[in-house]
Design a protein around this ligand. Structure first.
Ligand SMILES: [Zn+2]
Length: 284
């Protein structure tokens, strides 16, 4: 048998909206001598129906009516500190915690989190349980379970959210999708066409810059070729690079002089010329 606390007189809401309890009537004069075990409460607008374990109606009362009831203490049914059954699903997806303001990326690219608005002033009391985020270009759409859009914001926009640790995805890369290298277009394509004749056989100009370019080995490159070459655009000199990053480092002006003799000569000449000039001219 369940042990019960002493009955108290209050509205069902004030009692903490318990689902299961012992009901002692609602007479203002005092609790009934015999309590009735309520197994569940069904709420229809402002009317509460107290139901017994077999589903039969014990009594119907107004939601504002004060009732005598004692909480059952040995049941694992929703307790007084839990939200009412009707709202439970909605509430459990909201996360406890302090909302943090950051960009979506700053939040860890989460798919599921509690959205608390985007106002700079502070997190909103209106919270939404976002379960999905779709990204189109630089626009993010935050969606509820029923696909309702909660908010649409720029990828660089900051918003308030409570993010569960498990929802963070460290990488934005789509699973299983090979990295696509965009076909060069416009000015870049023109520049590539211009510089390609300077590239050694088996190499394609991939990243043309003002003074140097990164060349990537193609299938036609001989066995054992360096994966990358750096080209001095002006002199057509090349040097090997183990990676694109290394290539970019080697292509920088100061570094270029270490592998392009003509750049080195040009730099030496410039240095000599500079020595004979006024600082005003130097600024040019
Ligand atoms: Zn050079």
């Amino acid at each position: 048998m369940s042990t019960t606390t002493t009955p108290s007189h209050a509205t069902w809401m004030a009692h903490g909206q318990p689902a299961a309890f012992t009901y002692f009537g609602r007479k203002g004069s005092g609790p009934a001598a015999e309590g009735t075990e309520v197994a569940s409460v069904s709420r229809e607008r402002n009317t509460l129906t107290l139901l017994a374990a077999d589903g039969s109606t014990i009594e119907q009362i107004g939601v504002t009516a004060k009732v005598w009831l004692a909480a059952s203490t040995d049941q694992d049914s929703p307790a007084a500190d839990q939200p009412p059954a009707a709202d439970q699903d909605e509430v459990k997806t909201y996360l406890a915690g302090q909302p943090v303001r950051a960009t979506w990326k700053g939040h860890g690219n989460p798919q599921a989190f509690t959205y608390c608005g985007a106002a700079t002033a502070g997190p909103s009391q209106d919270r939404a349980a976002v379960v999905k985020v779709t990204k189109a270009g630089s626009v993010l759409a935050l969606l509820l379970e029923d696909e309702t859009q909660v908010a649409s914001l720029g990828a660089a926009g900051k918003f308030w959210a409570i993010v569960p640790e498990g929802s963070k995805t460290t990488t934005t890369k789509a699973k299983g999708t090979p990295r696509q290298v965009a076909k060069p277009t416009g000015a870049r394509a023109e520049r590539i066409a211009e510089l390609q004749p300077k590239a050694p056989a088996g190499y394609a100009v991939l990243w043309p810059h003002a003074s140097h370019s990164l060349l990537k080995a193609t299938d036609q490159a001989p066995e054992g070729s360096s994966p990358w070459l750096v080209l001095c655009n002006e002199h057509g000199t090349t040097t090997k690079a183990g990676s694109a990053r290394e290539g970019e480092t080697l292509g920088a002006k100061a570094k270029r002089q270490t592998w392009c003799k003509k750049c080195q000569t040009a730099a030496a000449k410039a240095e000599a010329a500079k020595a004979g000039q006024t600082p005003a001219d130097e600024a040019k």
